[in-house]
Ligand binder design. Structure first.
Ligand code: MYR
Length: 131
């Protein structure tokens, strides 16, 4: 299951993804080393997530298929949903400032949590190890 505490281990193409998101180089440099840690607790179709990084700590609650608001670490506000598709979580979020869509997935691969991101044609991944 996705439950547990996950620490980011490595990222792929994350800088390009953030650039596509419009994040400036200073913030991107900091974000590459954000030490992101997510604690996921799943109860049925309800999720509680504790996010902590060098930028902030944040608690997020959502139910699969139910839209919620979320602000990214740079302040960008989005609204969207997570759904379960097979063993994969699929998220679709719309930016409030420009109505463009960010999609993301979470999947367990070989004991690691792989989160993928797509925005306007640019894909990235962050891979987390269980703590
Ligand atoms: C969660 O499940 O952790 C909360 C909801 C996540 C919404 C989408 C996350 C995308 C994060 C992208 C970060 C990009 C920084 C530019």
């Amino acid at each position: 299951s996705f439950s547990g505490t996950w620490k980011v281990d490595r990222s792929e193409n994350y800088d390009k993804f953030m650039e596509q998101m419009g994040i400036n180089v200073m913030k991107r440099k900091l974000a590459e080393h954000d030490n992101l840690k997510v604690t996921i607790e799943q109860t049925g179709d309800k999720f509680h997530i504790k996010e902590s990084s060098t930028f902030r700590t944040k608690d997020i609650d959502f139910t699969l298929g139910v839209a919620f608001d979320y602000s990214l670490a740079d302040g960008t506000e989005v609204s969207g949903t997570w759904e379960m598709e097979g063993d994969m979580l699929k998220g679709k979020f719309t930016r409030k400032d420009n109505s463009k869509v960010l999609t993301t997935t979470r999947a367990l691969v070989g004991g690691e949590l792989v989160q993928s991101y797509n925005y306007e044609g640019v894909d990235a991944k962050r891979i987390f190890k269980k703590q």
